[in-house]
Design a protein around this ligand. Sequence first.
Ligand SMILES: [Zn+2]
Length: 223
Amino acid sequence: MVLMRVCPWCRRTEPWRRGCGCLPDPLDSPVLRTISGIDLAVAAHNYDEVIRRFVLAAKNGGRQDLLRRFGEQLAQVLAQATRFPDFRNGQRPTVVWVPASRGRRRRRGYDQGRLLARTVGRALGLPVRPLLVRTGSGAQEGRDRAERLAGPQLRCRVRHAPSHVVIIDDVITTGASLAAAADALRGAGTTAIMAVAVASSGSNGSNHALAGNAGLRQVSRLW
Ligand SMILES: [Zn+2]
């Protein structure tokens, strides 16, 4: 008799041992991005059709269970990149997230970044703090293209931010949100910033697939 189970991602029924293979292992194909103000930016996945489907289900389809699973993957990627708990100088980074606009938060009933960040913090025993807030009009969709490319306006809630911070985000597109977040944090005294995202959808050669774990370890020497 073959034991069956329901895949937690796509909800297809599959043999227990095999898994349905609908989602690649995040440690197989992490993606490296170069973003202003961020020492090391890594996404667990390329933003392909499969990942897109799951991300949209997690963000807009009420599948908060997927956010927690993605969060666990981000914890894996972060642990790999930093060889946690051996951060080079013994610093335990504080986990923060790029907050969703108030309109989106209200529509969904949750902030996907906050959920991801809390999962990462819990998995690795790291402090999670709501250090970033949006200023200005907020919602991305009501803004013109130039404003969207410039990213949201963010500020740091505290005058003295922790020295080492990990910013959690869902999908990196232009990188403008993360650059704005880094700017706000550095303005408050943060000196080392890493960003970990679920997926990267760089369209102009900004995605660099890393050669699996070895590549990630190599990159982590930067931080
Ligand atoms: Zn599946």
